[in-house]
Design a protein around this ligand. Structure first.
Ligand code: NAP
Length: 342
C-alpha cells in the first residue's frame, strides 16, 4: 500500500480504544481517513484527534467498506461477529480480544518476539491478526531473550493485575470504592462481585476444570503458540490488586542451560522493549506507577534462584511491570500494524 491507510478503531470509547488514539498520535502512525466506532450508546459523541474533531459512529456491518486497517477492542463477542465482516470487506484486522488467539491459522504476535508471523498479510487486503493477552505480552517481552539464549524449560509466574485490565468501568469502580471505604460507606460492587479497594483477589476469569482460571491458561497456551513450542512447562497464578494501571509479575524460570544473574542483566539491557530497574543498594525495583504510560516492560529483582543452588539445575527469578493498556494492548497492536506499513 503506497498511501496512508484508512484506519478504523472499534471500541474507541473504551480504555484500550482511548489508548489507541494516544499511541497512534505519539508514534505518528500514517492515517488516511480515521473512523471511530463504538456501540449505539456512544454514537454522536465527539473525540478530538490531531486537531480535528471526529464523531463516533455506531458499529454496523457496513462500517468497513473503505477501511484498510481495523483496530478492534470492543470485547470477544464483537470481534467474533465483526472481525470476519471487516476482513471480508478488505480491512486488515488487529484484534485485542481473545476471540481468535488460539485459531491455528491466525497469527498471534508480539512484535519483539515473532514479527515473522505476519508474513503474507497486506494492509487493505483483509486478514486477521490477534494481539495476545496482556499478561502474556508483559511476560514474553523480557523472557524471550533469555529463552533464546539458554532455553526456558519451566516457568512459574504470579501476576499482580491492575483494574485497567478489566476496562474503563473497573477503573471507575476502584476509584469510587476507595472513596466510599475511606468515607465509611459500603463499597459499590457492580463490576466485580467483591470489594476491590484495599483488597486483593484471585483473577475474575472463570475457573476451568483443572482449577486454573482462564487468564492463567491463556498465559500457558498463548506462550506455546507464540514460541511454537508446546513442551514448555508453565504454571500461572493470576491475581487482581487495587492498582489503577499496569500489571506486575513475579517470574521464576528453570533453564535448559546455565546462565547467571549478571549475564541475564547484560542480555536484558540490550533487549528490545525492556528497561531495567534493578538497584539492590537502593532497594529500588519496578513499580506499576513507574511503568504506567510507558512503552517498555520494566525488569528488576534479577537474581539466581537460591533453591536451585547445588542441584545442577539453573534457575533465575525476575520481577516485571508493564502497562497492559499500552504494551499489553494498544501499543502492541499498533506495532503489529507498523510491521505491515513498513
Ligand atoms: N484493558 C486492557 O488492558 C486490555 C488489554 C488487552 C486486551 N483487552 C481487550 O480489549 C477489549 C476492550 O477492553 P477495554 O478494557 O478497552 O474495555 P472497555 O473500557 O470496557 O471498552 C469497551 C469498548 O467496547 C465498546 N463496545 C461495547 N459494546 C459494543 C457494541 N455492541 N458495539 C460496538 N462497540 C461496543 C464500548 O463502547 P461504548 O462506550 O459505546 O459502550 C467501548 O468502546 C476487550 O476484549 C479486552 O479483553 C483489554
Amino acid at each position: 500500500m503506497s498511501s496512508a491507510p484508512n484506519v478504523a478503531i472499534v471500541g474507541v470509547t473504551g480504555a484500550v480504544g482511548q489508548e489507541f488514539l494516544r499511541v497512534l498520535d505519539q508514534r505518528n502512525f500514517p492515517i488516511g481517513n480515521l473512523k471511530l466506532l463504538a456501540s449505539k450508546r456512544s454514537a454522536g459523541k465527539t473525540i478530538d484527534f490531531k486537531g480535528k474533531t471526529y464523531t463516533v459512529e455506531e458499529l454496523t456491518e457496513d462500517s468497513f467498506g473503505d477501511v484498510d486497517l481495523a483496530l478492534f477492542s470492543a470485547g470477544g463477542s464483537i470481534s467474533k461477529k465483526f472481525g470476519p465482516i471487516a476482513s471480508e470487506a478488505g480491512a486488515t484486522v488487529v484484534d485485542n480480544s481473545s476471540a481468535f488467539r488460539m485459531v491455528p491459522e491466525i497469527p498471534l504476535v508480539v512484535p519483539e518476539v515473532n514479527p515473522e508471523a505476519v508474513k503474507g498479510i497486506e494492509l487493505g487486503k483483509g486478514g486477521i491478526i490477534a494481539n495476545p493477552n496482556c499478561s502474556t505480552i508483559i511476560m514474553l517481552v523480557p523472557v524471550t531473550p533469555i529463552h533464546r539464549a539458554v532455553g526456558v524449560k519451566r516457568m512459574v509466574v504470579s501476576t499482580y493485575q491492575a483494574a485497567s485490565g478489566a476496562g474503563a468501568a473497573a477503573m471507575a469502580e476502584l476509584e469510587q470504592q476507595t472513596r466510599e471505604v475511606l468515607e465509611g460507606k459500603e463499597p459499590t460492587c457492580d463490576i466485580f462481585p467483591r470489594q476491590y479497594a484495599f483488597n486483593i483477589f484471585s483473577h475474575n476469569a472463570p475457573i476451568t476444570e483443572t482449577g486454573y482460571n482462564e487468564e492463567e491458561m491463556k498465559m500457558v497456551k498463548e506462550t506455546h503458540k507464540i514460541w511454537g513450542k508446546n513442551d514448555i512447562q508453565i504454571a500461572a497464578t493470576c491475581v487482581r490488586v487495587p492498582v489503577m494501571r499496569a500489571h506486575a509479575e513475579s517470574i521464576n524460570l528453570e533453564l535448559e542451560n546455565p546462565i547467571d544473574e549478571k549475564e541475564v542483566k547484560e542480555l536484558l539491557s540490550k533487549a528490545p522493549g525492556v528497561s531495567i530497574i534493578d538497584d539492590r543498594a537502593g532497594n529500588n525495583f519496578p513499580t506499576p506507577l513507574e511503568a504506567s504510560n510507558k512503552d517498555d516492560i520494566f525488569v528488576g529483582r534479577i537474581r539466581n534462584d537460591i533453591s536451585r543452588k547445588g542441584t545442577g539445575v539453573c534457575g533465575i527469578e525476575l520481577f516485571v511491570c508493564g502497562d497492559q493498556v499500552r504494551k499489553g494492548a494498544a501499543l502492541n497492536a499498533v506495532q503489529i500494524a507498523e510491521l505491515l506499513v513498513k
